[in-house]
Every structure is written in structure tokens, then in C-alpha cells.
Design a protein around this ligand. Structure first.
Ligand code: GLC
Ligand code: GLC
Length: 825
């Protein structure tokens, strides 16, 4: 069942009911100011850091769901409604929400009055602009009352929801004309304020929540709206809000447009106030208001935003026989990659933005998905991340975006972290050809005196693995590898102890983690990522270093076949007692997804590849995607850490973790199994799940982190309960990896050190496809023909009329357009 449809020409998802199976949201903003907005206008705004600089308040996990947002209320002779249905939830005569690239349009109609509200955050602008167009379609004159509403957060979102004995006494506002200023703490240590304004006169306002809503009312029935008036309240402590009030009369057929701005302003300390020392200096705020205070200026801002996305989405464009693939690749997957670049895992309805900073592994993987769109910002991000690395190649697992410093509370020793940086820096060089990044001087532990070249960072990353091997010559598992919930050193049976940061007394003397527990996943990742490091060294003419690194990769491959091959797939690990994990010998959790894909793509053994792909299909595949492990754990295995704390079928315990599904899609495509790759792709790609939105529940235009697995409900005798239900949408490494899987492995358009490689692995039923790709200053027009209906195999490649061997289009400096024609066979 669907709840809307794709409008590809406009790059919008059109939602036709407010009762979606979950709030379906969008992200506004690309630089400093960000907003989340649901299809009923719920959500919140912040500046740069969702925790430290929160502008509007949001109550997570609320009942009913998604309460709090920017709301407009209409009282039309006693009928009270919102253009986005919620929070009043009066049945509308019509409703539509269009989520587009960086904007959202919500339109509601009731009793002949139409309200169309467009929300966006303009480029280079620290505010959300909202245009309300009210049209009287009733055939006779109409007089009604209109309110805006926003609830201020007292800046630090975590403090805001905990420290009430202070917070109930600090709220302050200032009102001038049609603008409500939120100046809590501005008099003392803060040099920033926020404002909410409208480009028209108002008939009143409220800034005190209890006066506007009433202590025992809710967002669904604010007292002032019920009474058809306003309180002109001035907040002093308690809970400051911003609400404008206006009485409006429209003749039959007449429209009125109002432009609201929710803005954020920072001021130099000596310019904070007017001469009286207490009135806000509004110079900057007024200039911001001036910028979007007419419908014409509003339209110009929207046009600029469209041009920005036209440019970003113009870099890669494909035309395949499958519309759903085209809309994922050309629009939504790339859009989601940009959102994950902007926000990493910090601010959503699930990652609430009051806890985590930027993840070392997460942010490195995100680079893979957006590096082609904004290579300069990718370079900056790479240097930020590398600056938090430690001199021995270890890494802080997270860093804070505002300070850019490693987070000491979470610390390090996550065994996979360093490898992702080799992968992301390689991806950057392959995309741009900018080898100079390797010479950039990058600090260790944010200490400039310890700065060394980026190449040095990659070298210590590589050898951090080599220098930390266990008894079988496989990498030590440490606190966790990619799977945060396989904690072969940090296991504990005391409630509340963190599985990632707890130091088990057993391993204290050994440096905090077991010297026996080994990760086959990290081994596989090492053999997949390692050749990139070797490629870099060879390019730099460092032949001895390259040979030395290659020897380590070969040794690791041998260790994997000797000690980690289980007969039909690769094992997952050795635990701290030296026992096998992820083997057919185990009672539960016999096969895990994570090591398989990277092992296949490392060309360890042809026969192993075949058997592994078959085992994946048999043991892990379902109609909703590949589960993480099988069988699910039904008991608590203390020595494995967090994983078996989840009931079977959820999260890391046999949930469908879509992030690692992409590794199998890549691997199947790599191995030439284009049909198998495409089958797995279409099981999880959002556009394909649209038809079953009632089961999938989360947005059909973006990936989520997890989908309930086939074992969900097995613990309670309801196997299959929540099977197929998506969870934790938007901020996930799935976005980047599925972008890689579809564009680089299935469609096969893959930047390489020496040029653009084109080596598709597609469904054999396809006749071919075409694509355009901007790459290092040239436009590549790519045509793929598949007359023999194979999956993979470049039979011939013609570049600008001349036959070229292989499938890498050699890079020629200065060329502006390149025509590539490939015949598979
Ligand atoms: C979450 C984390 C990611 C981790 C994954 C698996 O998505 O953000 O870092 O790899 O879970 O545990
Ligand atoms: C992942 C896990 C979560 C864990 C967290 C720690 O997101 O899914 O359970 O607590 O990582 O970083």
C-alpha cells in the first residue's frame, strides 16, 4: 500500500495523507542552519550542532508521535485547523505534502480556504523561511483568525530537557513590531539570539507558553486559538514561545501571502546591545529579514536553491530500463548522501542530536557517497577526521563537530576505524586526481606539533592492523569492529555498563582488550582496503614499501583461508576464549554477513566466493533484505557483548542491517552475479519498498538503518512480527554504501586512480543503459549495450571512436567531453 507517489520531474515525493505509517520527514539546510520537518510540519531547528545550539524544542518519542513543530493555526468561525492536519487533526477537505530537495510544501484545504505553506532554508542564510499563501476559494467573503507558533529551546538541547530547576527561570524575549526575539542568556554569556518574524503587521502575539496554550491544554487545542484571540503575553522565565496573531479577511477568490522567518544571529560582544545596554542590537537581524520579506525575494531564494541542487545532481545521471533505479540514483540516494554528509549521525527523530558526535568510521564511509558532489568539502572533512587520529594509528571513535576534537568519553580501540580512512582518502584521490592531499600536514590528536603528512596517517592506519594481530594472524577484535554490538573484550553482566567503553578487568593488564579475540571482518576489510594503499605507494614510486604492504595483504589472505574459512562461508571471529564465532559448529549465529562481501571482493579464493554467495542466498536472504546473522541468538551469550541483548530479528541480532546488505550487493556484482546483486538491491532500495509502505513504514525515498528480520517475534511465539518494518531512517551508512553499490558496482561507473572505469554487472534482462558523469572536468557520455544479455563482461570499449583495451577510460587532461560506448558479451 502506498501513501503518495514520486514526482521525478520535480524531484519530489508527494504524500497524500497526513496519516503516514510513521512521520515522513525531510531535512532543510546545507551549511549552518538546519531544520527537520515532518509531513505534518513537526520537527526542530538548530545551528551547526543539534545538541549545543538548538533553536526550537522537540520532545522525542512522544505520545502522540511527532508533537512539536512550526505550526500555523486557523480559526475559521469556530472550525479550527492546521494546513498540515496536525496538531489539531481536524479532518481536512484536502491535504498534500511535497518533500523536495531542501524544501517542503504542505497544502491543506478546509471550508473553501486553502493554505499552502512552503518551508526552506536558503543558501548562505541562517534561518528557515516559511511562505504561507492563503486563498479564499469559497465563493464568498471570508474572515478568519490566524496564528503562528514556535517553541524556543534554551540552546543546549540536553540541558533543556534535564535542568529544569534552572531553566524555568531563565527564558527571556523581546518584542518589536512583528518580530519576537528569543534572547535567553543573551545578557550574560551568549552572543547569539534567535527571532521569529512576519513581513506584515500583526494584531497581537504571545510569547508565554502557558498563556498561549493553557497549562492543561495541548498543541492540539491552544486556549487562545479556542478563544479566538491572543494574550499579548511577555514571557519571563518559564517557557518562552513565539506566536503571531492576525485577523484576516479575504474576498471571494482573493489570496494573501505572508512570509515568516525563523532566524539565528551571532553578534560581536561589543555590539550586542543598543546604547541602553539591554535592548538587542537588531542590525544584523533586520538585514536578514530584509532579504526575504516579499514573495518575489522568496521565489528568488527558492530558485537559487533549485540551481544548487541542479548542479549537485547533474554530476551523475543514469537512464536504465528501471525507473526506480533512475530515481534512486539520480535523485534520492544522492540527496540522502548529502544529508548524511551534513549531519553524520547527529540529528534525526532517532539519533536525537543530544548524544553523539561525528563517528570516525561513519564519517569516513559517508565520504564514499558524496565525494563526487562536493570534493572540496570532502577534502576538508578528511583532514578534520584524520586530525583526531592518534600517532600509533588508533583513533578516537567519535569527535564533536563544534570543537572538532576527539571525544575522550568514548575513547578508541575500535578495531576497524583506521581502515575506513584509507578507503575514504583513496576514494577522494580516485575522484579528483588530487594527489596533493597525501602531502597535507595533518595533526595527530589535534596537536599541531605532532602534524605529519596524510600519507603518514594512511601508513600508521595500515600498520595499526598489522601490529595488532592475534594467535591466528587475524586482527584483534578489540572493543568492537564495524558491528558495535560484537564486543569480544567489553562484555559484562552488570546492568548499565556500556558494551563499547567498559574495560573488562580480565583484560585490564593487557591494555584494555583481549589479545585472543580476533575479527575476521577486519581481516576481510584489510584485504579489501589494503590494495588501495599499495596502489598509492606504487603511484608515488615507493616500490619497496608497496611490496612490503602487499606481502602483509597476502599473509592475511592466507590466514583467512587457513583459520577463518568455515567450509561454506567465512567465520565471524574468535572470541576471547579462542572459540569460533559464526561457524557451522556454533549452536546459534552460525553465519554472519559482515566478512563475506569484503572477502569475496578481495579475490581470496574462487571456490570460496561461489560457496559463500550460495550460502548467503540460502541462509541470509529474505524478501525484505539480508539478515545480519543466522540463526538469530535466542539466548544471552555474555562473551559476545551487546549483540544477543536484542531479541532475535532486531538490530544487530539478525535484523536486516541495510548498511552491510550493500557490501553483498557489491560483492555479487563484483563476482559477475548481476542478477543476484540486483535482486538484493531491489529488496531494500526505498523506491522498491514504496508499494509495501504499510509494512515498511518508514519513508519510501530514503534508506533506514534497519529492517525487522525474519526472526523478529520468534522469542514470543510470533515469528515474522515486524518482519519488513523499517527503523531509524535517514542518517545511516546505508546511504553511501548503496550509492556505491548501485552506481559503482551494478552500473559499474567507478572512479579509479588512472581514470574512469566502466565495468557494469547488471540484470541479464537489460538491453543496456546510458549515463552521463562529470569526472575531473570532463563530461562522459556513456552507452552500454547488452545484445547477448549477459550480466558482466566488457567485450569492447570505444572511446571517441577508437577501440580501447580493458574497461578504464584513460584520463586525458584538458578534454571536456568523452564518448564511451561499451558492448557487453
Ligand atoms: C550504527 C553505527 C555504526 C555501526 C553500526 C553497526 O549504524 O552508527 O557505526 O557500524 O551501527 O553496529
Ligand atoms: C550502535 C548500536 C547501539 C550501540 C551504539 C554504541 O548504534 O546499535 O546499540 O549502543 O552503537 O555506539
Amino acid at each position: 500500500m502506498k501513501f503518495g507517489h514520486f514526482d521525478d520531474a520535480k524531484r519530489e515525493y508527494v504524500i497524500d495523507t497526513p496519516r503516514t505509517p510513521y512521520p515522513w520527514i525531510n531535512y532543510l539546510g546545507t551549511q549552518g542552519f538546519f531544520s527537520l520537518i515532518s509531513n505534518t510540519a513537526g520537527g526542530y531547528s538548530f545551528y551547526k550542532d543539534a545538541r549545543l545550539r538548538r533553536i526550537t524544542r522537540y520532545r522525542y518519542n512522544n505520545v502522540p508521535i511527532d508533537m512539536g513543530g512550526r505550526y500555523f493555526y486557523i480559526n475559521d468561525n469556530g472550525t479550527i485547523w492546521n494546513p498540515g492536519w496536525s496538531p489539531v487533526k481536524t479532518e481536512l477537505d484536502s491535504y498534500e505534502c511535497r518533500h523536495g530537495m531542501g524544501y517542503t510544501v504542505i497544502t491543506g484545504k478546509k471550508n473553501g480556504l486553502k493554505a499552502e505553506v512552503t518551508f526552506f532554508v536558503p543558501q548562505d542564510y541562517d534561518g528557515e523561511v516559511q511562505q504561507v499563501v492563503l486563498t479564499n476559494e469559497s465563493g464568498s467573503d471570508k474572515t478568519f483568525k490566524f496564528w503562528s507558533f514556535a517553541e524556543w529551546c534554551l540552546w543546549d538541547a540536553q540541558d533543556d530537557c534535564t535542568n529544569f530547576q534552572r531553566n524555568f527561570s531563565t527564558g527571556r524575549v523581546e518584542i518589536k513590531g512583528s518580530t519576537i526575539y528569543h534572547k535567553t542568556e543573551y545578557r550574560d554569556r551568549r552572543n547569539h539570539f534567535a527571532f521569529y518574524t512576519v513581513n506584515d503587521t500583526i494584531d497581537g502575539y504571545d510569547t508565554d507558553r502557558d498563556t498561549f496554550i493553557g497549562l492543561y491544554n495541548g498543541f492540539n487545542n491552544p486556549q487562545q486559538v479556542l478563544d479566538g484571540k491572543c494574550g499579548n503575553s511577555l514571557a519571563d522565565g518559564w517557557s518562552p514561545i513565539a506566536s503571531h496573531y492576525k485577523e484576516i479577511t479575504l474576498k471571494a477568490g482573493e489570496s494573501k501571502t505572508l512570509v515568516f522567518i525563523l532566524g539565528y544571529v551571532e553578534m560581536p560582544v561589543d555590539k550586542k546591545f543598543e546604547a541602553d545596554g539591554k535592548t538587542i542590537n537588531k542590525e544584523k537581524a533586520l538585514a536578514m529579514m530584509e532579504k526575504y520579506n516579499t514573495p518575489e525575494k522568496f521565489a528568488a531564494g527558492m530558485a537559487e536553491l533549485r540551481a544548487y541542487w541542479d548542479k549537485l545532481l547533474g554530476i551523475l545521471n543514469v537512464n536504465t530500463p528501471e525507473d526506480k533505479v533512475n530515481r534512486m540514483v539520480n535523485i534520492w540516494n544522492q540527496y540522502q548522501c548529502m544529508v548524511t554528509f551534513n549531519l553524520s549521525r547527529s540529528a534525526s527523530y532517532f539519533e536525537s542530536g543530544i548524544g553523539r558526535g561525528m563517528g570516525f568510521r561513519d564519517s569516513n564511509q559517508d565520504i564514499l557517497g558524496f565525494v563526487h558532489q562536493i570534493p572540496d568539502r570532502a577534502r576538508e572533512r578528511l583532514i578534520d577526521i584524520a586530525s583526531t587520529q592518534l600517532p600509533d594509528g588508533g583513533c578516537y571513535h567519535q569527535y564533536q563537530p563544534l570543537t572538532k576534537k576527539g571525544n575522550a568519553d568514548i575513547g578508541g580501540d575500535f578495531s576497524d576505524d583506521p581502515l575506513w580512512m584509507i578507503l575514504s582518502v583513496s576514494a577522494y584521490i580516485k575522484e579528483t586526481g588530487d594527489w596533493s592531499i597525501l602531502d597535507a600536514k595533518v595533526p595527530y590528536d589535534n596537536d599541531e606539533s605532532k602534524a605529519k603528512s596524510m600519507l603518514d596517517h594512511l601508513t600508521v592506519s595500515f600498520y595499526h592492523i598489522v601490529n595488532n594481530l592475534g594467535p591466528h594472524g587475524l586482527p584483534l577484535a578489540m572493543r568492537a569492529d564495524w558491528n558495535d554490538c560484537i564486543n569480544l573484550s567489553c562484555f559484562s553482566d552488570t546492568p548499565g555498563e556500556s558494551f563499547q567503553t567498559y574495560t573488562n578487568p580480565k583484560f585490564k593488564a593487557e591494555g584494555g582488550y583481549s589479545k585472543v579475540a580476533e575479527s575476521v571482518f577486519v581481516a576481510a576489510l584489510f584485504t579489501y582496503v589494503g590494495p588501495n594503499f599499495v596502489g598509492i605507494l606504487n603511484h608515488l614510486g615507493m616500490k619497496d614499501e608497496a611490496a612490503k604492504a602487499q606481502a602483509e595483504i597476502d599473509k592475511m589472505k592466507k590466514a583467512m583461508m587457513d583459520s577463518a574459512w568455515d567450509g561454506n562461508w567465512f567465520m565471524r571471529a574468535y572470541d576471547a576464549y579462542g572459540k569460533k564465532m559464526g561457524s557451522h559448529e556454533c549452536e546459534e549465529g552460525q553465519i554472519f554477513i559482515e566478512p563475506q562481501g569484503f572477502a569475496i571482493m578481495s579475490d581470496i579464493d574462487k571456490d570460496a566466493t561461489k560457496k559463500t554467495l550460495a550460502a548467503i542466498d540460502e541462509r541470509l536472504n529474505t524478501k525484505h533484505g539480508l539478515v545480519l546473522n543466522n540463526p538469530a541468538f535466542s539466548k544471552y551469550y555474555v562473551e559476545y557483548g551487546e549483540i544477543s541483548t536484542y531479541p532475535g530479528g532486531y538490530k544487530e541480532n539478525a535484523g536486516i542491517f541495510t548498511h552491510n546488505n550493500a557490501w553483498i550487493i557489491c560483492a555479487a556484482a563484483y563476482a559477475g552475479e548481476g542478477n543476484q546483486a540486483f535482486k538484493y538491491y531491489s529488496e531494500i532500495a526505498p523506491a522498491f519498498t514504496e508499494e509495501t509502505s504499510d509494512i515498511h513504514k518508514t519513508e519510501p525515498y530514503v534508506y533506514g538503518q534497519m529492517i525487522g528480520g525474519k526472526d523478529a517475534g520468534s522469542d514470543i511465539g510470533q515469528t515474522g512480527k515486524n518482519f519488513g518494518q523499517g527503523k531509524n531512517s535517514w542518517l545511516t551508512g546505508t546511504a553511501a554504501w548503496n550509492m556505491v553499490a548501485i552506481s559503482q558496482y551494478i552500473l559499474g561507473i567507478q572512479p579509479d586512480f588512472d581514470g574512469l572505469k566502466v565495468d557494469p554487472s547488471i540484470p541479464s534482462s537489460w538491453d543496456g543503459f546510458t549515463a552521463t558523469r562529470l569526472f575531473r572536468g570532463a563530461k562522459y557520455n556513456i552507452t552500454i549495450k547488452n545484445p547477448s544479455h549477459v550480466c558482466k563482461g566488457v567485450k569492447s570499449m570505444i572511446v571517441d571512436g577508437a577501440a580501447v583495451e580493458g574497461c578504464v577510460v584513460p584520463y586525458v587532461e584538458g578534454k571536456k567531453e568523452v564518448n564511451v560506448e561499451i558492448t557487453l558479451g
